[in-house]
Design a protein around this ligand. Structure first.
Ligand SMILES: Nc1nc2c(ncn2[C@@H]2O[C@H](COP(=O)(O)OP(=O)(O)OP(=O)(O)O)[C@@H](O)[C@H]2O)c(=O)[nH]1
Ligand SMILES: [Mg+2]
Length: 504
């Protein structure tokens, strides 16, 4: 998902690594990489041109604050490359946002009409949205308003059964506007407080479809009209959105099949060109693969820095919120042991396919396909072979203890020392992040990121590294070297920090 774009921005960042200042020339060169990837991702040409011009102007023109003091008075340093990425991030967010994440309501009812071309995923999105609303405690009704395709009603009914949501279908000969009007009345009568209308698709924007949709809209007055487009449409999504917006008042867009397309350029351009904001992303075939769209999240994923906030939200779905918050606070104070790590890893396992989780972790996008569940199992085995004392104070683990732990878990002693070393780095990084004022402080920093980048994290937090290097086992040599380099840098930084700490 969005790999093409990520590659471009990472290439740009690599080009700027080590430069002393941002100049017309080096920024221009870096932006050539970005430009190529934007065009390859099928982003609208005018949008690309505009975006690059803005980034260049700001990156070169703005006075760069390379040193800032954080709340605790520690001086943080940002490199020109980090400043460049921060500008890119802010411009990406500006390009895709702002987005009002709330769905509209009318007289207490959240009604949503889904429109779009054939096969883009309307019916799937209808079920996903109903599922989403149900989770939020609402009582949704799905409406099968597609009489074009014979199997369409059955498809929605099957989905409805799976998520245990009622489906309203018409009788023989009923037209879609009649079906929808009847469904609206039924919702009022039977106390449904959300209604999702799944309409028929056409191969192209045609008059017949527009008339039908206009009539449905008139009779049901949906509080939200959402256009569904798939990522495979590329730049066409922008044209289609324009055509629909001429006839219907669109409140937003749902961009589907982001999992199936590396380009995803539509995500960047559609708001800028049509003014229609993206509201949701579809990232898979199953009903749980729907994400409220947050420009910040997508921007940081595009930049290869993961989606920390999205990840935190996923966590919230599987863990007790208050406990998680307390854990996070404690971890951000640099106060956590191996048991906490184990708990986090188990939570990660609960979140779903590891690759999906990794894709959202900072600095992890590129490794998403390469970490397997076995890595967690191996780390788990090592932690379980530690004594309680060793778990809470991993500093105790000397070579002889490491040998014992290795024997107990069937790993090599080096695996154990690596784990401990990485753990110490992670704890230190967490500690320095937390200094900004607990979890709220961390979250506040994510969109701006400058301070986070300055907090001694060349590639962001790197949970792959926590997986005992296992994440890199199947990585390509170049990636491996890059990762090792990064890990080395981090180790050095951690050592330095430890020395400094001792001196105090
Ligand atoms: N990989 C992936 N597949 C998706 C996603 N959303 C929908 N699909 C698949 O796309 C195909 C078409 O989805 P539908 O929901 O039937 O599309 P539709 O717009 O209702 O199609 P029509 O009613 O024929 O116009 C199905 O095979 C879905 O499983 C997604 O986010 N990711
Ligand atoms: Mg359909």
């Amino acid at each position: 998902m969005l790999e093409t774009l990520t590659r471009g921005f990472q290439g740009a960042r690599d080009r700027l690594s080590g430069v002393r200042s941002l100049t017309d020339e080096n920024v221009g060169e870096a932006l050539r990489e970005v430009r190529a990837s934007l065009l390859e991702a099928d982003v609208d040409f005018a949008v690309v041109k505009d975006f690059l011009a803005r980034v260049k102007e700001r990156a070169v023109g703005e006075k760069v604050a390379t040193r800032v003091r954080d709340a605790s008075g520690k001086t943080l340093r940002a490199t020109p490359g980090q400043h460049f990425i921060k500008v890119c991030e802010e411009e990406l967010v500006a390009l895709m946002g702002p987005v009002d994440p709330e769905l509209g309501r009318d007289a207490g009812v959240t009604s949503i009409m889904l429109v779009g071309l054939q096969g883009v995923g309307k019916t799937t999105v209808a079920a996903k949205l109903a599922n989403h609303l149900k989770r939020e405690g609402m009582r949704p009704l799905l409406v099968a308003a597609d009489v074009q395709r014979p199997a369409a009603v059955l498809q929605l009914q099957q989905l409805g059964e799976r998520i245990e949501v009622a489906v309203h279908a018409g009788g023989p000969g009923d037209t879609p506007p009649i079906i929808c009007a009847a469904a609206r009345e039924r919702a009022g009568r039977e106390g449904f407080n959300a209604v999702v209308y799944d309409t028929a698709g056409r191969l192209a924007v045609d008059e017949e479809l527009m008339v039908e949709l206009g009539e449905i809209a008139e009779r049901t007055r949906p509080a939200n009209t959402l256009l569904v487009c798939d990522a495979l449409m590329g730049r066409d999504a922008v044209n289609v959105a324009g055509a629909f917006a001429e006839r219907l008042s669109l409140d937003g867009l749902v961009l589907t099949k982001l999992d199936g397309d590396a380009r995803g350029g539509a995500a960047l351009a559609v708001k800028a060109v049509t003014g229609v904001p993206i509201k949701f992303l579809g990232t898979g075939e199953t009903v749980d693969r729907l994400e409220p769209f947050r420009p910040e999240g997508l921007a940081s994923r595009i930049l290869g820095m993961g989606d920390v906030v999205g990840l935190v939200r996923d966590f919230e779905q599987v863990v007790d919120e208050r406990e998680a918050e307390a854990d996070a606070e404690r971890m951000l104070r640099g106060n956590f042991g191996m048991d906490d790590l184990l708990k986090q890893l188990r939570m990660v396992q609960k979140l779903g396919p590891l690759g999906d989780v990794m894709a959202k972790m900072p600095g992890m996008g590129g490794l998403a396909d390469q970490v397997d569940e076995g890595d967690i199992v191996r780390v788990e085995a090592m932690i379980q072979s530690m004594t309680r004392q060793e778990r809470s104070k991993p500093d105790l683990i000397d070579p002889s203890r490491a040998g014992r732990i290795a024997r107990g878990s069937g790993r090599a002693p080096k695996d154990v020392t690596d784990l401990v070393e990485r753990f110490m780095q992670m704890r230190q990084i967490m500690g320095s992040l937390g200094k900004g004022g607990g979890l709220g402080g961390l979250m506040g920093k994510i969109p701006g990121m400058g301070q986070m980048a300055g907090a001694g994290m060349p590639g962001g937090l790197d949970p792959a590294a926590m997986l005992g290097g296992g994440g890199a086992r199947q990585a390509k040599p170049a990636q491996l070297a890059q990762q090792r380099g990064r890990a080395r840098k981090k180790r050095k930084a951690a050592k330095k920090a430890r020395r400094k700490g001792r001196r105090k």
